[in-house]
Design a binder for this molecule. Structure first.
Ligand code: GLC
Length: 460
């Protein structure tokens, strides 16, 4: 074992044994910004632009979404009985990974433990896990990790900070009807979390990101939270360094809907592209960190038997492009069925998205969207000396552009050419000091496509 590895291991053991942080309250400015590995991971993450989110667990068997335990006030003693019958006979990690890769996704984020507290991985921290508590007995996370490694696709772990089943979890605003109890024991709970995170980061190879969720469970506490106290309440001052000590390139994201805290390496937006707040959850601004929007294909995250409200293929493409056009990745959710297979409706859309990305991926992957902000007619991505104008035909109709679109981009770079991306047909343009006009061929508004792409090439 290399010395660096020994040091990492000792640090982890120390953290686990003492439950204390090496970062004190005074210097609670834990940051990993300068860590070269993190900078590299952030760059790689940004380039990926499209990932698949998987919500899968015992709740999938009930078919009413991943919140069923809380929504139906299911007793913490009854709910685990689902585990005794969990046998997803059609689960095939290779099949999943194949479908996601064909869809053009570059990473996968899976729920290792959701709010119901059941672990989808083999853990020594509790018997309530896929290997010890189910007749299936296979480590799903292990199988997926192995397949992802083989297929060269990054794996991220969703991890819930809240728990509706454990008595030691300090109560928040959800899960009040599950009968958990009686003894809250935060130190024990956070040590359990640290043990599990250590397992996740030492047993499954490289982890692209730990994706936390549940912070908001305490946002109605009657405590007068400062950012510093809420940071320490959730033990981020211990947990974040633990993660980076175990895997220095592992990104940390937290779905708390606030401005990022120290030590976090990506910023997450839930059901909204950065800058929009239709769901009404986002209280923070937009940071300089790599951004990610999570959204689901239908309305639910976990499998819901009555939810056939799948977004259409054009709507999904528009969402992906709108996200990339705000300099963010799209983490698109699929909720596998109780037997482990993916819903037909999801597979169909994934394959359509994959086909679209095969042709148009150049305008999405590895691009940035920092030069021109979203416009009434669509969004703009760019890379090297190319710029792509993603025109949404349904928005163009009301954008009053009279056959031309305006791009408020001031530059001393001269445009060499403008063309329709799909056909390479040349387009007329006029470049002024203040911005650019591109003249569109007639009939663009009526085309039945989600995204009409114009490519501008600059001299440099
Ligand atoms: C919300 C939901 C949670 C889901 C997550 C995905 O936080 O509470 O169930 O996993 O969104 O973004």
């Amino acid at each position: 074992m290399k010395r660096a590895n020994i040091r990492q291991l000792l640090t982890a053991v120390l953290l686990l044994l003492t439950g204390t942080s090496m970062v004190t309250a005074q210097d609670n400015a834990y940051t990993n910004d300068q860590n070269e590995q993190i900078i590299k991971s952030q760059q790689a993450f940004r380039e990926k632009r499209f990932g698949i989110f998987i919500h899968w667990g015992l709740y999938s068997m009930v078919g009413q979404g991943e919140w069923v335990m809380q929504n139906q006030n299911i007793s913490y003693q009854e709910y685990p009985k689902l585990a005794q019958a969990f046998y997803p006979a059609n689960f095939d990690a290779a099949e999943w990974v194949r479908s996601f890769k064909q869809a053009g996704a570059k990473y996968i984020c899976i729920t290792t433990r959701h709010h119901d507290g059941f672990s989808l991985f083999d853990t020594d921290a509790s018997d309530y896990n896929i290997v010890d508590a189910t007749p299936f007995g296979r480590d799903i996370i292990g199988e997926l990790a192995q397949e992802c490694r083989k297929e060269g696709i990054a794996l991220h772990f969703y991890y819930s900070t809240l728990d509706w089943g454990r008595g030691d979890y300090p109560r928040g605003r959800t899960g009040k009807g599950t009968g958990r109890g009686p003894q809250e024991d935060p130190e024990n709970y956070f040590n359990f979390m640290k043990t599990q995170l250590t397992e996740l980061l030492t047993k499954y190879g490289d982890v692209g990101c730990i994706w936390f969720d549940g912070h908001w469970d305490h946002d109605e506490d009657t405590v007068d939270w400062t950012r510093d106290s809420v940071y320490r309440y959730w033990h981020y001052d211990e947990i974040y360094p633990l993660i980076h000590n175990l895997q220095s390139g592992c990104l940390i994201g937290n779905n708390h809907h606030l401005d990022p805290f120290e030590g976090e390496n990506i910023q997450i937006f839930e059901r909204d592209v950065p800058g929009q707040n239709t769901a009404g959850w986002h209280e923070g601004g937009i940071s300089d960190l790599p951004l990610e929007t999570c959204q689901t294909m239908n309305r639910s995250w976990g499998y819901r038997i009555t939810d056939n409200n799948y977004k259409s293929f054009p709507a999904l493409i528009k969402y992906l492009v709108s996200t990339a056009g705000r300099d963010a990745n799209l983490l698109l959710n699929v909720g596998p069925q109780p037997d482990g297979s993916l819903p037909e409706a999801a597979l169909e859309r994934l394959s359509q998205m994959g086909q679209w990305l095969q042709t148009n991926g150049e305008t999405i992957y590895g691009t940035r969207a920092t030069l021109v902000k979203p416009q009434p007619w669509g969004v703009v991505t760019h890379k090297d000396n190319k710029m792509w104008l993603h025109i949404f035909p349904d928005e163009l109709a009301s954008a009053q552009t009279e056959g031309k679109i305006y791009i408020p981009y001031t530059t001393d770079r001269k445009i060499k050419s403008a063309k329709v991306f799909s056909s390479s047909a040349p387009l007329k343009f006029k470049q002024y000091k203040e911005g650019i006009f591109v003249f569109l061929p007639e009939g663009v508004e009526t085309q039945n496509i989600p995204d009409y792409i114009v490519e501008l090439t600059f001299n440099k």
